[in-house]
Design a protein around this ligand. Structure first.
Ligand code: HEM
Length: 306
């Protein structure tokens, strides 16, 4: 059986992206469902208008939005973004109903699709936030380190990101976790190269992973490389990208996974730390106070919403 899924979930990294957060307008749910059911055809038509730009979209719903908009049973693990509190960071759920994650190799393509989708929803949604992101150098975060290297590759991306038979009503869906981090680059740029590298557990310029024994318990890659009880690596598919203007620079973190519990464990390990309370020292240089958790249903699910 072929599993259909929204292409923005597993497609290769893009050089341009936009993340849009919307709310459902009260009393307009039927109108919104109708617009959502035509979204796949609209996306296809804009993809044809911008060939060779690798234009992709993912449209998703938080548990708050799901309860408002959908009559269908909720995906098994769709829940509010978790709350964690630690010495460097505290986060909680920021409730938005709908996410649009649109990405491509050209900002005009990304922008056109974002605008057309938003216009198609008309007054059935209210606008909450938009963050435009762009590729910085060779896929580096503004801290200067390559981001995304240890992502799953090839067919593994689907295994990691897409819901399977464990929730057959939502086959081909994916759980998206969203966070917007604002960096303190003035502080980061005072840190010497070795300490920056120790903070990640990777080298900066040639992007080599440290040997496990050389990684600090506070290193970002130490805190996020987790294993299950059988020693298998727990994985998510990250599509984080930098955003910035003259006043604020940071990273939109976005990950897709077939269960949000893996992301939750990683974030807990970063913020609350290991059994000895060792937290992720990358969080000394960046801040986020909230996050949002969404489910990206399959294309056939969206089409059936009419
Ligand atoms: C790895 C940056 C937040 C999960 C990395 C790497 C960088 C990075 C540069 C190393 C290269 C690679 O991608 O494999 C950042 C920045 C963040 C951030 C700048 C926020 C400001 C997060 C969050 C999570 C996360 C919130 C999940 C809760 C991971 C994972 C890896 C990773 C799973 C791969 C670890 C490994 O297997 O080596 N991150 N990250 N990151 N990050 Fe983050």
């Amino acid at each position: 059986m072929t599993i259909d899924f929204q292409t923005g979930i597993v497609a290769e990294p893009s050089s341009d992206a936009t993340f849009i957060l919307l709310n459902a307008a009260p009393g307009k749910e039927a109108q919104l469902r109708k617009a959502l059911s035509t979204a796949p055809a609209l996306i296809e038509s804009i993809q044809q208008q911008f060939p060779d730009t690798e234009l992709h979209a993912a449209i998703g719903f938080s548990c708050h939005g799901w309860e408002r908009i959908m009559a269908e049973a909720k995906p098994a693990e769709l829940a509010p973004f978790p709350s964690f509190s630690g010495e460097l960071l505290s986060v909680s759920d920021e409730a938005h109903d709908i996410v649009l994650h649109i990405r491509s190799m050209r900002h005009d393509a990304t922008h056109t699709l974002a605008l057309k989708l938003f216009q198609s929803f008309a007054d059935s949604v209210t606008f909450s936030q938009q963050t435009n992101c762009f590729k910085y150098l060779d896929n580096r975060d503004f801290t200067g380190f390559v981001d995304g290297t240890e992502n799953p590759q090839g067919e593994d991306r689907k295994d990691v990101a897409l819901v399977g038979e464990e929730d057959s009503a939502h086959l081909g869906g994916s759980y998206l976790n969203y966070m917007k981090f604002t960096h303190n680059l003035a502080k980061w740029n005072t840190v010497d190269l070795k300490d920056q590298e120790d903070t990640y557990g990777r080298t900066k310029y040639d992007n080599e992973e440290y040997a496990s024994a050389d990684k600090s318990v506070h290193a970002h890659t130490k805190r996020t490389s987790l294993k299950d009880d059988n020693g298998n690596s727990l994985e998510i598919l990250r599509h984080s990208m930098p955003f910035g203007d003259l006043q604020e620079q940071g990273l939109v973190f976005a990950s897709y996974s077939r269960t949000p519990s893996i992301f939750d464990r990683m974030l807990q390990s970063m913020i609350e730390g290991d059994e000895d309370g060792n937290v992720d020292h990358l969080m000394k240089y960046t801040n986020a106070t909230a996050g949002s958790a969404f489910f990206i249903p399959s294309i056939s699910f969206l089409k059936a919403l009419a």
